[in-house]
Design a protein around this ligand. Structure first.
Ligand code: C2E
Ligand code: CA
Ligand code: CA
Length: 381
């Protein structure tokens, strides 16, 4: 266990919550070990962990002041996880690190493979720390297509990591680590600048550019820093603010509704539109949405996947389209892969879509070719 600043008091608290067949030891600076005997099954283990967690959670009294301490707990079982003291200790320690990752005051069980996973994450983190300077990140661009006309009306910039050994790494593998380590803030700043520079470059090449959306993580919104970053990136490349958009997921939005709403309003004043991403997966209230100065909703791919066959997905998609119309928001459907999905969206008045049906996310030069081709077609018609 680790965490408590008030070691003695926490030890006393732990001691007083022990049961008959338990032993408490002070094993390191702010680390304690509890040995619990006679645990009949897993349920007993997890229940006991939860009881200890609750016991430690209650505030301690320091004079008249209440202080809160929290402890992260890692659990290893004898003999399944090790049959000697040092193996059990090291595995409990590995589990404790896993608990810490979940946040303050959590517990975790040792599992086989946990150490290998932790090492892998650790190595990836090391690689990610160098990736920005080594220019190993690259944005791919996925077209947003107007459902009615089939024209490319925008794009989403999606981050890729060109790993020196592993090749192209997908964001699902590394974005969570960038977020955990706070690296997402400098990487996000870099991406906003790169996208603005790219847009300016395309414009100089005579391409009719379209708005490009950048995904925004919660850490980027924390101190409103993103406003200055957006402003600077636009100014540095003399880019029309309408050529940049932000995407904020519904779940990020709900972590700080008032602040994000204010931020979206300020972006709008600057001329930068915001879309609510993965819509339908978070739990935003209708009252909140009504006041939100966003310009578009993106329906999550989970609801598009089984269209036009799944009755629930049909109902949800129709409801989102109706709601958006009432609120004056555009709707972009994500993950459209088939003509049938597209036809369903067209007949229900969806504005735009993204998906493999039109194009996967592609490198900048391929996206530029798509825009050039479109320019030629338009000039011929
Ligand atoms: P997202 O913002 O929901 O992006 C859409 C994801 O769906 C992309 O995955 C895209 O490649 C994928 N996709 C698009 N069309 C289709 C389709 O027709 N079928 C299928 N199966 N998938 C489709 P990707 O590029 O792997 O990105 C995953 C997630 O990583 C993104 O989800 C976003 O949340 C995050 N991400 C990517 N780039 C950034 C970034 O620069 N910053 C932040 N904060 N997050 C990012
Ligand atoms: Ca997105
Ligand atoms: Ca999405």
């Amino acid at each position: 266990m680790s965490g408590p600043t008030n070691r003695g008091r926490s030890a006393a608290r732990l001691r007083s919550s022990l049961r008959g067949a338990e032993t408490l030891g002070h094993v390191g600076d702010d680390e304690f070990a509890v040995v619990s005997e006679h645990m009949p099954n897993m349920q007993a283990v997890t229940e006991r962990a939860e009881q200890l967690r609750q016991a430690l959670k209650a505030p301690l009294l320091l004079g008249t002041k209440e202080i809160h301490v929290s402890a992260s707990m890692g659990i290893a079982r004898y003999p399944a996880d090790g049959d000697d003291v040092s193996a059990l200790f090291s595995r409990a320690d590995i589990a404790m690190h896993e608990a810490k990752k979940k946040g303050a005051g959590q517990w975790a069980l040792y599992e086989r493979g946990l150490y290998a996973r932790q090492r892998q994450m650790f190595e990836m983190e090391g690689g990610l720390r160098k990736a920005l300077d080594a220019t190993e990140f690259v944005p791919y661009y996925q077209p947003k297509v107007d459902v009615a006309t089939g024209r490319i009306v925008g794009a989403e910039a999606l981050l890729r990591w060109k790993h020196p050994e592993q090749g192209l790494v997908a964001p699902a593998e590394f974005i969570p680590i960038l977020e955990d380590t706070g690296l997402i803030v400098p990487v996000g700043t870099w991406l906003l600048n790169t996208v603005c520079a790219q847009q300016a470059h395309w414009r100089k090449d005579g391409i009719s550019i379209v708005p490009v959306a950048v995904n925004c993580a919660v850490a980027q919104l924390q101190n409103d820093g993103v406003l200055g970053v957006v402003q600077d990136a636009l100014a540095a490349h003399a880019l029309d603010p309408r050529m940049l958009e932000l995407e904020i997921t519904e779940s990020v939005l709900m972590q700080a509704p008032e602040r994000v709403a204010a931020l979206i309003a300020q972006l709008r004043v600057m001329g930068v539109d915001t879309a609510i991403d993965d819509f339908g997966t978070g739990y935003s209230s209708l009252a909140y949405l009504k006041r939100l100065p966003a310009s578009a909703l993106k329906i999550d791919r989970a609801f598009i996947k089984d269209l036009p066959n799944d009755a629930e997905d049909i109902a949800i998609t129709k409801a989102v389209l109706l709601l958006a119309r009432e609120l004056g928001l555009r709707v972009v459907a994500e993950g459209v892969e088939t003509a049938e999905q597209l036809e369903f969206l067209r007949s229900h008045g969806c504005d735009a879509y993204q998906g493999y049906f039109c194009s996967r996310p592609v490198p900048a030069d391929e996206f530029a070719s798509l825009l050039r081709k479109q320019d030629r077609l338009i000039s011929m018609s």
